[in-house]
Design a protein. Structure first.
Length: 141
């Protein structure tokens, strides 16, 4: 109950810090990113949609081929429609499942597919929230 103040202060420091760690600088250079340049909402929106589209395609492909990957445990896999539905739901962070996971997916499908997207969906949501807050804070500037 009383953690909201220290947690809020910590998050404000993390999101507002202008310094960059060495690893961040290396990653920025590899990606060609300019971390200190401002972005318009259209750039944020394009980036989120592109990341989400790539995530859907990767997860969809992984769910379709997961029975051919190591450790499928004899599971039957997913139909293309069910794989697409599952990929969309996990990327959009709704995590709606229309199948028994323990009898449909193998280890790689569960861990590398759904596990990664369960984290990435929340991370994208936090990025969108921070972009919205930054946009509102800089509205007049």
């Amino acid at each position: 109950m009383t953690l909201h103040v220290p947690l809020g202060d910590y998050m404000a420091r993390v999101y507002a810090d202008a310094r960059h760690w060495r690893l961040e600088k290396v990653l920025y250079r590899l990606m060609g990113a300019q971390p200190d340049d401002g972005q318009r909402w259209t750039k944020y929106g394009t980036s989120v949609l592109a990341f989400s589209a790539v995530s859907v395609l990767f997860l969809y492909g992984l769910l379709l081929v997961q029975t051919r990957l190591p450790e499928p445990w004899g599971h039957k896999g997913m139909t293309p429609a069910l794989a697409f539905n599952t990929a969309i739901s996990f990327v959009t962070n709704t995590s709606w499942q229309n199948y028994p996971g323990e009898t449909t997916l193998g280890q790689i499908g569960l861990l590398a597919g759904l596990g990664v997207q369960a984290f990435a969906g929340c991370a994208v949501g936090m990025c969108v929230a921070v972009a919205l807050i930054r946009g509102l804070a800089r509205y007049r500037s």
